[in-house]
Design a protein around this ligand. Structure first.
Ligand code: SF4
Length: 209
């Protein structure tokens, strides 16, 4: 296990200080919808479908009234499109009925929305509102946290608990963007480039995968 978390964080800050959310959005509603669409789909693909989606349905009130078939056609290429269209519709309806058309700012209220689990709620709270409610744990963050010795778990909720214990709250929002960037550029799931990795000296998994 990595013991020198401060050194690891310092190295990641040097490398990825400006790392940010890859899902394009202009407000909390767009980020919530884009994050729901990003399940089992790349951010790049989501960014291709959201401009047309938000042109047609720019607000919760408009999306709440959208015919399901139309939503399905607009988001089809993101996969699981029937299920996701239903989530979008029900989420928009809930925002209108319970939150006056706004995206709520608490974990509990976000978790009550259809299609929203902790990861999505953390993305929205952190990136739309700047509220550090936890650490976003996606597939990159989970894999890299294990490789870097920050957790032994594979369950996202347990991984998040380990990360929030070890990482200062001021870094929670940035940290997942940094790990996602490192995962995409260097520490690939199947072929990590340990030989070129700038945090290799701090990584217990270096050259072991
Ligand atoms: S040393 Fe290898 S396993 Fe460790 S973070 Fe770098 S690329 Fe990933």
């Amino acid at each position: 296990m990595v013991t020198d978390v401060p050194r690891l964080l310092a190295a990641l800050h040097r490398l990825y200080d400006g790392a940010d959310c890859a899902l394009r959005h202009r407000n909390a509603f767009e980020l919530l919808i884009a994050t729901i669409l990003s399940a089992q789909c790349t951010d790049e693909r989501v960014n291709k479908v959201t401009p047309a989606l938000f042109r047609r349905y720019p607000t919760p009130a408009k999306m709440a009234k959208a015919p399901l078939k139309d939503l399905e056609a607009l988001i089809r290429s993101t996969g699981f499109f029937r299920q996701k269209a239903k989530s979008l519709s029900l989420t928009a309806q809930r925002l209108v009925a319970d939150h006056g058309g706004d995206v709520p700012r608490t974990m509990d209220a976000l978790l009550a929305l259809r299609g929203v689990a902790r990861k999505t709620a953390n993305v929205v709270l952190g990136n739309a509102y700047g509220i550090a409610s936890g650490v976003v744990v996606d597939t990159h963050v989970g894999r890299l946290s294990r490789r870097l010795g920050l957790t032994r778990h594979s369950d996202p909720v347990k991984i998040e608990k380990d990360l929030t214990r070890k990482i200062p709250a001021a870094d929670w929002i940035w940290f997942s963007h940094a790990l996602i960037t490192h995962g995409r550029t260097v520490c690939d799931a199947r072929r990590p480039r340990c030989g070129d990795c700038p945090v290799r000296a701090l990584c217990p998994a270096a050259d072991k995968i």
